[in-house]
Design a binder for this molecule. Structure first.
Ligand code: SF4
Length: 275
């Protein structure tokens, strides 16, 4: 890696940002906040998707033929349920989604968080609606997702509570501030997530111009701070703990190690509703 020259002032600003940054409301109730490496329980509906994002979290899981079967993965008394971790849940139709929310509400006293790409979104009764948007304009959206739905998703943000953006250095880092302005205008939270890199994704991202040299904590925090983004609670917890015994400048430019196997749900399948 070439020598990076950054000012001491900026390092101190980003260190202070780590102290003051908030986590997204979606992280409330997640074991990740306590340092337990588990996401919220989830209800999976489908492995299908109507986009083909170059950074898709499920890319290697799908290639390995290991997409989870539909149903609830979690404990009997969840605080929040994410719908869903894989595939695009709105593909089953808004009517079925609403039926699922109502069945889950009858069974559990839990917050319902919908995670969607927003293309087919309409008004829904989920408690939190997270819409993925990692581009600030039509052209970039098309390059990232393979589809020309930017304007449609922008319009559907009226039904959202959180804009979820994946940080892609070299690809969308110059657009994150503009996405932050879009979220601010609509009074939505912006959640900025580092990209999860699993087998096979590295090559795909490289072809799209991903800058692995800038896949650092410094670059991520720089974008998060400039765009007024919220930082995943589990990440904040880990970085704050490390900073108790390491200097910020010693960890700011370390490269992450990539996952060696496809992401999988670390909770047991319990049941599936007949929707
Ligand atoms: S980002 Fe981390 S803390 Fe937030 S919901 Fe996901 S796993 Fe939990």
């Amino acid at each position: 890696m070439g020598i990076r020259i950054v000012s001491d002032k900026r390092l101190r600003e980003l260190e202070a940002f780590v102290e003051s940054a908030e986590h997204p409301s979606h992280c409330e109730g997640c074991p990740g906040l306590e340092g337990v490496p588990l996401h919220h329980p989830s209800y999976e509906l489908t492995g299908r998707c109507n986009l083909n994002c170059i950074f898709c979290y499920a890319y290697s899981t799908k290639k390995a033929g290991k997409l989870p079967k539909p149903g609830y993965y979690g404990e009997p008394n969840p605080k929040a349920i994410t719908i869903s971790q894989y595939g695009e849940p709105t593909l089953v139709g808004i009517e079925k989604l609403e039926r699922l929310f109502s069945l889950l509400r009858k069974k559990f006293d839990a917050r319902i968080d919908l995670q969607t790409n927003g293309v087919l979104l309409d008004e829904v009764s989920a408690d939190i609606v997270m819409v993925s948007l990692s581009a600030s304009n039509r052209e970039s959206y098309l390059k990232l997702t393979g589809f020309d739905y930017f304007d449609r998703v922008l319009k559907n943000l009226e039904f959202a509570s959180i804009v979820r953006t994946v940080f892609l250095p070299g690809i969308n880092d110059r657009e994150v501030e503009e996405i932050g302005r879009i979220a601010e205008r609509l009074e939505l939270e912006l959640m900025l997530q580092p990209c999860s890199i699993h087998p096979g994704l590295e090559e795909r991202l490289k072809r799209a111009g991903y800058d692995f040299e800038r896949d650092t904590l410094y670059d991520y925090l720089d974008s998060a701070e400039k765009s007024n983004a919220r930082v995943p609670g589990c990440l904040l917890k880990i970085v704050r703990e490390i900073l108790e015994f390491e200097d910020f400048e010693d960890i700011a430019f370390s490269r992450r190690s990539f996952a060696s196997k496809p992401p999988e749900i670390r909770r047991e399948w319990k049941f599936c509703f007949d929707l």
